[in-house]
Design a binder for this molecule. Structure first.
Ligand code: AMP
Length: 289
């Protein structure tokens, strides 16, 4: 795809809006990659997909306050704009949109929220993080309005988020194609996450057990056992319970078509896990094909 311009970091809504308007007027395709920054190979895979498929890529870097609960890690969330800029430059991104909190939300009292259906937000991560998906849906809708790209790229790593955003685009008639990118993992299969930076050395050695648990369920299914509870109990007993540092939040199976909990495994089942290691909350998932 043709390169449009050298990387620019834009901080105001009005400027990025006029840039995107101009690009579209010139007939250029725009790809949007929303992130909270502290970019790693997972984010880079989304960026590469966008750079490959579009004339111009806009990466947004915004640690969105409305998706963090009062006792969550908003303050501790890693921020590395300088390194992120270098990565984006190297990956041929044309624009970073990195607004301040006040640029995105002029004041708390005037914030309008996008509220996804409760059946999608009261389960899995939403159950443990009240208000999280309302914050995600709100910021993603704002970003879609600010940057009306042709395509937006999201990771399978955040499976519930991806489900909700796909529904959001459809239900709110947003003409942006949502592209799913597979989970990128470390060599020991830990799903890449900006939060991995906050793990201690010891916690880092234990963190891959989350994937191991998911994988053991998948293996059990491949060997013919379809009963999720049986397989989950084996994974808990043999893997997760061996490490007292792992505080399991959930290990559950959902039909990925409609996000309804299921107990008998079948194709297109999402098996999702969340656990805390110390103060660091990790999530991972696997889809049974
Ligand atoms: P975040 O910065 O954590 O909000 O993530 C921004 C985007 O990157 C989301 O669409 C995530 O699903 C995606 N992402 C984060 N980690 C990974 C990963 N390990 N593999 C693929 N995509 C990821």
């Amino acid at each position: 795809m043709a390169t449009v311009a050298k990387l620019k970091v834009i901080t105001t809504v009005s400027e990025i809006q006029s840039i995107v308007e101009n690009l579209k007027r010139q007939g250029k395709s725009v790809g949007l990659v929303p992130t909270m920054g502290s970019l790693h190979e997972g984010h880079i895979s989304l960026i590469r997909a966008s750079v490959k498929e579009n004339d111009c890529t806009v990466v947004t870097i915004f640690v969105n306050p409305t998706q963090f609960g009062p006792n969550e890690d908003f303050d501790r969330y890693p921020r590395n704009l300088k390194t992120d800029t270098e990565i984006c430059q190297r990956e041929h991104v044309q624009y970073i949109f990195a607004p301040s909190n006040t640029e995105m939300y002029s004041n708390k009292e005037d914030t309008y929220y996008v509220i996804p259906p409760e059946k999608y937000t009261s389960i899995l991560c939403g159950k443990h993080r009240p208000g999280h998906f309302e914050g995600v849906a709100t910021v993603v809708t704002k970003l879609f309005n600010i940057i009306p790209a042709q395509k937006a790229y999201f990771g399978q790593k955040d499976a519930q988020q991806l489900f909700i955003i796909k529904k959001l685009a459809k239900q709110l008639n947003i003409a942006i194609e949502i592209i799913t990118c597979p989970i990128v993992r470390e060599a020991d299969n830990l799903a890449m996450s900006s939060r991995n930076l906050n793990l201690t050395e010891k916690q880092r050695t234990i963190a891959p057990k989350l994937f191991e648990a998911l994988n053991s369920i998948k293996q059990g299914y491949s060997s013919g056992n379809k009963d999720f509870e049986t397989l989950a109990n084996i994974a808990k007993n043999e893997i997760l319970d061996q490490y007292k540092q792992i505080r399991l939040e959930y290990l559950q199976a959902y039909d990925y078509e409609n996000l309804q909990q299921i107990h008998t495994l079948k194709p297109d089942t999402l098996i999702a896990i969340a656990a805390k290691l110390g103060e660091v909350r990790l999530i991972d998932n696997i889809i049974i094909e």
